[in-house]
Ligand binder design. Structure first.
Ligand SMILES: NC(=O)c1ccc[n+]([C@@H]2O[C@H](COP(=O)([O-])OP(=O)(O)OC[C@H]3O[C@@H](n4cnc5c(N)ncnc54)[C@H](O)[C@@H]3O)[C@@H](O)[C@H]2O)c1
Length: 253
């Protein structure tokens, strides 16, 4: 496939490598801050100047403040898009409407690593079990590198949604530092930023007797990049609004 990469930072560079390893071409790279283009001819400094018709799909790992404007351009142009950029989760419904109305296709995911998606499935199952045992409370914490813009991470929020869907006694995410005790219906989801940590997520079920702990530790960013390219291959020829969960559920069959 001819794949365009939007956002040529830590993730975009890896995605280009994996596209080439898997036999795709990358005729377009879009990034306003790019110093060194992989091929000068493939470079555009913004999407308005980019030739989206030169690609069959784009993979967007840019920034939260840029991604919604980018998605409008993909929809206008009916360019299939894989969105890895996080930090826009509260606009999900509006984006789905835009994609459905435009007849385009888009797949998004807060975490494209296969291991993280196994972690989501285990989190859902743990919450389902804990539902039967009132002595346990559930909570989440995550760590990421010092450059990360959004907090808590999209991955943490996705795992938290799995808890809310399966644990009847929790119905809201509390992401602030609390100067009071936590209410029973609140799920505390907290974050620490520093170093170069590619992502560490922990889900705890805690009682006065013991602690159950699920942990996903990303070792590097390649797992995310590979998942994004696999998702682009899966999206080819499809129309509509998809999440990585749907790709993953199909992969499990
Ligand atoms: N879904 C996942 O599995 C996953 C995994 C890792 C990171 N992420 C997310 O991907 C995004 C990028 O992460 P990163 O670590 O590569 O960040 P990064 O800061 O290294 O790279 C982002 C790049 O986007 C560029 N950019 C800014 N505005 C742009 C625009 N309008 N159009 C195109 N490019 C633009 C920046 O110049 C920068 O080079 C973040 O939102 C991060 O949370 C998602």
């Amino acid at each position: 496939m001819k794949i365009g990469i939007v956002g040529y930072g830590r993730m975009g560079r890896l995605i280009r490598e994996i596209c080439l390893e898997r036999g795709h071409t990358v005729p377009l790279v879009v990034d306003p801050n790019l110093q060194q283009a992989p091929h000068r001819s493939a470079l555009a400094d913004d999407l308005a100047r980019a030739n989206l018709n030169s690609v069959e799909c784009v993979i967007d790992f840019s920034l939260p403040e840029a991604v919604l404007g980018n998605i409008e351009k993909y929809a206008e142009n009916k360019t299939p898009a894989v969105i890895g950029t996080t930090g826009w989760e509260d606009k999900r419904d509006a984006v789905q409407t835009l994609i459905d109305q435009s007849g385009s296709s888009l797949l998004y995911g807060s975490n494209f690593s296969v291991g993280a998606n196994i972690f989501f499935a285990m989190t859902a199952r743990l919450a389902e079990l804990i539902n039967h045992f009132p002595q346990y409370d559930m909570l989440m914490h995550e760590f990421h590198h010092r450059h990360k813009k959004d907090s808590p991470s999209g991955t943490a929020l996705t795992a938290a949604e799995h808890i809310l869907q399966n644990l009847e006694r929790k119905n809201e995410i509390q992401r602030e530092t609390l100067q009071r005790s936590i209410e029973p219906q609140e799920l505390h989801v907290t974050a620490t930023r520093g170093g170069d940590i590619p992502g560490l997520h922990m889900v705890l079920a805690d009682s006065s007797e013991d602690t159950l702990e699920l942990r996903h530790t990303a070792r590097n960013r390649r797992g995310f990049a590979l998942g994004a390219v696999l998702a682009a291959e899966w999206l080819h020829g499809k129309q509509g609004f998809f999440s990585f969960d749907e790709y993953f559920a199909e992969a499990l069959r």
